[in-house]
Design a protein around this ligand. Structure first.
Ligand SMILES: Nc1ncnc2c1ncn2[C@@H]1O[C@H](COP(=O)(O)OP(=O)(O)OP(=O)(O)O)[C@@H](O)[C@H]1O
Length: 237
């Protein structure tokens, strides 16, 4: 199977700052990929690059043109209209007729347990509901790849569990087709639960690309960098 993404020697620079530096990476379908690293290590930049929201300053990114992608952010942006319209508009923008878009939106809201609030103004929903609404908006597009930038970072434990459960269901192919999920997270428990592969970034460099069980092997991590070991220890405390 050809990779969904192939990055060769990619730098992303903002002025003098290299947010990403010499990144070499292949991502295949059917994986749960976690991006971890300290604040400012380049996780968001890498996700934005994969989603086409950032471009390499040097190097090359190859994306499978047939692949459908959606992206979620830590704080979803909702339009000041009903939850249902927020989902339907995403579909309509991709050419779905408005009547069909509204029907599909309702199915997507049902999928994330929000059918009850379909007519409520999206801006009045709780943080957890808004993130589930963002998941419905993504799910409605039936993407092959779902990119998520710290999707549970601003949620309470209950909402966090709900969002995480949906991520697990989407990636397991429960709805007929498995989505590849690529997510940034500081929550290492979540990384263990959802990822099969871990990418560790340090100051824009991809220092480790390991199966999840190897990444959490302290001896292995020491070989990556002492900062990586300290980082994981700090995040687990
Ligand atoms: N649009 C931009 N303009 C200038 N600098 C930027 C821009 N976007 C990111 N940076 C810088 O690039 C570096 C990497 O940022 P990035 O947001 O990718 O890190 P991160 O690992 O996602 O951090 P966090 O965990 O805080 O979200 C940081 O030093 C950041 O300040």
């Amino acid at each position: 199977m050809s990779p969904l993404f192939r990055l060769q020697g990619v730098d992303v620079r903002f002025g003098n700052l290299a947010a990403l530096s010499k990144v070499e990476l292949n991502i295949k379908g059917g994986q749960g990929v976690a991006l971890i690293g300290a604040n400012g290590s380049g996780k968001s930049t890498l996700l934005r690059l994969l989603h086409g929201l950032a471009t390499p300053s040097t190097g090359h990114i190859q994306r499978d043109a047939a692949v459908r992608q959606a992206m979620l952010f830590q704080r979803p942006h909702m339009l000041r209209t009903s939850a249902r319209n927020n989902v339907a508009l995403g579909l309509w923008l991709r050419g779905v007729r408005w009547g069909d878009a509204k029907a599909q939106a309702l199915r997507a809201l049902g999928r994330v347990g929000l059918a009850r609030v379909a007519d409520q103004n999206a801006r009045t929903l709780s943080g957890g509901q808004q993130q589930r609404l963002a998941l419905a908006r993504a799910w409605a597009l039936q993407p092959d790849v779902l990119l998520l930038d710290e999707p549970t970072a601003s949620l309470d434990p209950h909402a966090k569990r709900e969002v995480e459960a949906l991520m697990a269901e989407f990636s397991s192919g429960q709805d007929g087709r498995a989505m590849t999920i690529i997510f940034a997270s500081h929550n290492l428990g979540q990384v263990k639960r959802l990822a099969s592969r871990v990418l560790y970034l340090e100051r824009g460099q991809l220092l480790a690309d390991l199966p999840v069980h190897e990444f959490f092997n302290a001896g292995r991590l020491q070989q990556v960098s002492s900062a990586a070991q300290l980082f994981v220890k700090g995040e687990l405390e």
